[in-house]
Design a protein around this ligand. Structure first.
Ligand code: ADP
Ligand code: MG
Length: 271
């Protein structure tokens, strides 16, 4: 390299720092070499390095969104067997993961079903797919979030805490029914549901569809109001299947011959 171009390169590094273009800073020499060799017009070179910076930005953003989402590790749509839940169509779930038809208007998704039916898996996997499609998501056990909001309320910061959750297009509340009696005595969950109504979406999983919800809110009127807001714009999935865990265990007991991952109701209880 000639002295001039060394000086240029050093200056360029500083300038790219100043403009916060780290991907271009790392990659421009390689692009420049290729451009020189292949005789690219200047505009093509410029477009190539800018496209590279933008692609890196997207990648870093999705990485940040994945870190903040606290999803369940390893639970993806690829590893979810749709055959085990015949009442749910894979096509409908795939449409949901595009996000725009419901997250933009703050609609909700409710997953009901007995323990082991795949609610948490499906919820987390939907969250993952939405993040990959550019949305912001947070997964939490309902009782953990309620606890945090109660602390915020005691410190007179409930409204601010709920507002901070607005940055998530989707809040996944896993196991609503496990909210305890003393948690239900304050109405933080109701405040959250009201605040997000028709603005920001929630995905809620629960063992019981509404029947037991009286225990989750301080009084019947509030329970009714909460359910009303949640279902007003909602898609409801009922995973009324036998526990996937139990079916896997049965398959294991039967010994080798059939991999447990292929356990389906038909396999477990053949006609
Ligand atoms: P729930 O939240 O309804 O109690 P989970 O989502 O925790 O159930 O499912 C229990 C276990 O079974 C998890 O390890 C989950 O990954 C697995 N599982 C459940 N349903 C399926 C499915 N349809 N395909 C693949 N794995 C499943
Ligand atoms: Mg669960």
């Amino acid at each position: 390299m000639k002295t001039n171009s060394v000086v240029d390169a050093a200056r360029l590094s500083l300038l790219l720092n100043e403009l916060r273009l780290p991907a271009i800073k790392v990659m421009w020499p390689q692009f420049a070499e290729q451009a020189d060799k292949e005789g690219w017009p200047a505009a093509r070179f410029l477009a190539a390095i800018i496209e590279h910076e933008l692609a890196e930005r997207d990648r870093r953003r999705i990485e940040r969104h994945l870190a903040e989402a606290r999803l369940l590790p390893g639970k993806t749509l690829d590893t979810f067997e749709f055959d085990a839940v015949p009442m749910i169509s894979k096509a409908q779930v795939m449409a949901i993961t595009a996000g725009d038809s419901w997250l933009e208007k703050g609609a909700n998704l409710l997953l009901f079903g007995p323990p082991g039916g795949g609610k948490s898996h499906l919820a987390s996997a939907i969250g993952l797919a939405l993040i990959e499609n550019g949305w912001r998501v947070m997964f939490t056990r309902t009782t953990d979030l309620v606890q945090k909001l109660q602390v915020a309320r005691r410190e007179l910061g409930l409204e601010a805490a709920i507002n901070r959750l607005d940055r998530f297009h989707l809040l996944i509340l896993d196991d609503l029914a496990y909210v305890t009696k003393d948690q239900a005595e304050t109405s933080v969950l109701f405040e959250l549901i009201s605040a997000r109504y028709e603005r920001r979406s929630m995905l809620i999983t629960a063992n019981q569809p509404f029947g037991e919800w009286g225990k989750i809110f301080p009084d019947p009127a509030m329970t009714l109001a909460a359910v009303d807001r949640l279902v007003h714009h909602a898609t409801i999935f009922e995973l009324n299947v036998e526990s996937y865990r139990r079916r896997e265990a049965i398959e294991r007991k039967r010994g080798p011959g059939r991999p447990a991952s292929f356990a389906t109701p038909a396999n477990v209880a053949p006609d």
